[in-house]
Write a protein that binds this ligand. Structure first.
Ligand code: ZN
Length: 319
């Protein structure tokens, strides 16, 4: 079945310096392969998309990008440069490639302006933020201008995993529990919960957050969030689960497994779950085959593969 994929990565020359340190443990041949995939916008990427039935990919940088740049002015300039790079890629193949903006939040007013430029002038579909920005999280009031702009533009903000500020003490020497195994889920799920409990969606009820990995375990925990919010006297306008259902949409990136997919659909509804591969860190072929073969009602499969993304991101599609 044809698909729209939302978490598909590339790297631009100006952002390699931030991405490379995340690859220090990776053997050279694998690094070279990933690097080649991230910098290719021709046959390699397109044939991988074709093999998975991906008609359109929304491209975003491989993190962490300028989220880890200490100099705010440099971060803002380098993000704009990466967005211009991506605009050249998407305008060369508008039939296959769309874009998520890369945004430096270190200067929140400049972040709002760059989001507006990317959505209005470059035609991007929203933005992807790679975790905390030098230890700052998206619930902080300094980011209200950014959320106000995202809400005004109806631009979804995709929160991508990144490493926590400090390694979790509880992980001890279990390095294998960090990153994609468990650590990124804890960090990214916590970041999303900070937004909910911090009232971001009370202040900006029209804002839409996107999470990969079928919601970073949040769909599994709805009852518990609501139960404890009551117990701890949380004063939000709504129950935590209601924000998760109404202000968050999720993708299957890097979670090609029926049980969490069924949980996300049951918790959030079939209109809030979308396809993604997480190219080139996951196999697009594996993602595509999973989505084509997993036991699902066929109308729901179509919704997850492309209809939901086309509706939410306003992407014209045939059929
Ligand atoms: Zn990713």
């Amino acid at each position: 079945m044809k698909k729209i994929a939302l978490e598909e990565h590339f790297i631009s020359p100006g952002l390699i310096e931030y991405w490379q340190p995340t690859m220090t443990d990776v053997p050279k041949p694998i690094y070279d392969k990933i690097h080649a995939a991230l910098t290719d916008f021709g046959d390699m990427r397109l044939s991988s998309m074709d093999g998975a039935g991906i008609e359109k990919a929304i491209l975003s940088i491989a993190g962490p990008g300028v989220q880890v740049e200490p100099d705010a002015a440099r971060a803002t300039a380098k993000a704009a440069e990466a967005n211009d790079f991506l605009a050249n890629v998407t305008s060369a193949r508008p039939d296959r490639y769309l874009g998520f903006a890369h945004i430096a939040l270190q200067d929140p007013q400049a972040a709002a302006r760059e989001l507006e430029r990317c959505v209005r002038d470059l035609g991007f579909k929203g933005a992807m933020i790679n975790g905390n920005s030098m230890g700052a999280y998206l619930d902080e009031r300094q980011f209200d201008p950014f959320w106000a702009k995202a809400e005004e533009l109806q631009a979804p903000i995709y929160l991508h995993p990144a490493d926590p500020v400090q390694p979790y003490a509880s992980f001890g020497s279990y390095k294998e529990l960090t990153r994609a195994t468990w650590g990124w889920g804890v960090e990214t799920g916590t970041h999303a919960l900070r937004m909910i409990f911090g009232g971001v969606f009370d202040r900006f009820p029209g804002a839409l957050l996107m999470l990969g990995h079928l919601g970073e375990t949040l769909p599994y925990l709805l009852w518990r969030f609501d139960s404890r919010a009551k117990l701890y006297g949380v004063t939000l306008k709504r129950q935590p689960s209601e924000y998760i259902k109404d202000n968050i949409a999720v993708t299957v990136s890097g979670m090609f497994s029926a049980e969490p997919l069924n949980c996300a659909v049951a918790a959030l509804g079939g209109s809030r779950v979308m396809f993604s591969a997480d190219y080139p860190f996951e196999s697009a072929a594996e993602a595509g085959h999973f989505m084509d073969d997993v036991s699902l009602d066929e109308a729901l499969r179509e919704d997850i593969c492309w209809r939901n993304a086309a509706r939410i991101l306003n992407i014209p599609m045939q059929g």
